[in-house]
Design a protein around this ligand. Sequence first.
Ligand SMILES: [Zn+2]
Length: 379
Amino acid sequence: MKEQLIHDTSFKYGNNNQKSYITIHETDNVRRGAGAQNHANLQSNGNSREAAWHWQVDDKVAIQSFDHHFQLWGAGDGRGNGNLHSIQIEVCVNADSDYKKAIENTAALVKHIMKKESISSSHVNQHHTWSGKHCPRKLRDGTHGVTWNQFKKMIGKASGNHSISKAANNNSSNWTKVSGNWTGQTLGNGEYGEPVKQLQTKLANNQPPFYPNKSAENYGIDSYYGNDTENAVTRFQSYYGLAADGLAGKQVYQQLNSSSADNPSSGSGKSISKLVEETKAGKHGNGEARKKSLGSHYQAVMKVINGESSSSKQQSHAISEGSKVSANRLYTTSSSTKNVRRSSISGIVDTINAYWRNEIRLKDGNGNYIGFTRGQDLQ
Ligand SMILES: [Zn+2]
């Protein structure tokens, strides 16, 4: 383990990382020599980067670039817990690095951080958890000698005594009971009852779904507004451009009702994917008739249909790998327009990912990463 600490960066939200999670990434950079030292240098030297991460690991070494208190841009979830409250690790996948060994080193590093910062293994996440990006790619594919589950086994459950008391504080402090139906009254961490369950159900039925805990029983729909639900609400808010404060109030309620499948006003409770199928099959007609038939689901359904057809047929707006691009990015840091940051970035498109929120990696002429941007920023 090695330190090559950077004093500060503009690619951060702030300095108040609560260190509640660890996020695992892969660099996707298979170029020979693109190992941990190379990426650490990139962070140390680069001034056109659009992202930052705390650690980089390869088969030889783990190098820390930033103190854990930095809230770095890397998880693609805006002001969600991924960017704000996780420690981010890039696993190098350069062709001249032994991938399995790099994962073993990453597991050792994660265990070290879990212990040091009192983070439990259930809070060790993929980048995918936060933004839906297919990252860490090789671990997620599981076809390169080690799967995500094997990696989770490698880091074990133990994370020191601190984490147990921390978890206890989060989970068994005095829950406040709330009752009735959820009609947009503000719900938050520490509350439990029927309104919370209704919120959780709506989050899970949303298209795309925001499960409180995808791997838990019933997707974590348990009537308790704990950290998982707060996290799901924060991700939901940041996905829809709402102020991401982790509280479920009027705005969240309205957004859930306009995008969720359990809205009783139309579509008779069918999921968006079902409605998409039906629409494709012609069951909802065209034009105004389709609008009428789909009601409040019209936009969500059309978004899916248009998104699909644009990736399969209309390539005219797509950016091809290797093309030169430049883009302006806006960073909205609150629902008001006061705190909007703009920065520009240019480079050569390296990797394209089809998901809406996913970043496109940009390289300079030497093949070094210079940053990330999103497809929509380039169009
Ligand atoms: Zn990533």
